[in-house]
Design a protein around this ligand. Sequence first.
Ligand code: NAD
Length: 262
Amino acid sequence: MNFHLSGRWALVCAASKGLGKACAKALVAEGVNVVITARHAEALELTATELREIDEEVVVRTVVGDITTEQGRADALAGCPQIDILINNAGGPPPGDFRNWSRDQWIAAVDANMLTPIALIKATVDAMAERGFGRIVNITSGAVKAPIAELGLSNGARSGLTGFVAGLARQPKLAGRNVTINNLLPGAFDTDRLRTATQAAADSTGRPFEQVYDERRRGIPAGRFGQADEFGAFCAFVCSSQASYLTGQNILLDGGAYAGTF
Ligand code: NAD
């Protein structure tokens, strides 16, 4: 299937590794020029080299910076001549007990996982509408649908974004101008983040990493963790011309882990 994305420009945030990187890979494979961001230059440049190997014709630019800061966002936006596709992503907040979280920790989570994507949407969405094409994909979490107790910062901040997007995506001046905004909700994908979280769980219970990792894997009906590349492929489809009637949706990719009917 041809997604009709060749020559478009995408800003893919937090994309040196994991799900963001996989989205950038899938978009580059569709002929999309990308600007990728991350905080560390070395890992980002390695990813850029990998992306250029997928398609030499495609332009791959890097912007080093923390996307959750005003400067990081300004630099990312300035690095992209035009933004047809915006993939909002950032690291997730740490786990813990809400009794121990300070106001500053809450503000950091809301900044990273709610206000940063909203600021980037604000900076790009009207120009998309004017041009008659726009795709915004927010990488959120399965925790929006099935909250995870120790990830209260994530549950809260990402739910705020979800509510905001639900209202925005349905505005006729966006939906009626071929601008779609959707959230992708990863379940458990085998990325650095999953391994770090598994290691933390192993350390806190004194059990071996492999035991905790395997137990979690067996709890997923698909019997495996998701692979980042399958997440990226789905993201590219959501950005395609074929997906223009899909907006305001929360799409769970979790191998059947969420047990509800809806
Ligand atoms: P990851 O740790 O594998 O990769 C995160 C990427 O984001 C890295 O490239 C990192 O450098 C970059 N990054 C992090 N914070 C940044 C910042 N402030 N500015 C710029 N770049 C930044 O993580 P992942 O597994 O790909 O997760 C991506 C998002 O999806 C996270 O918000 C995570 O909480 C969420 N999520 C992941 C899973 C999973 O199973 N992997 C499940 C649910 C939700």
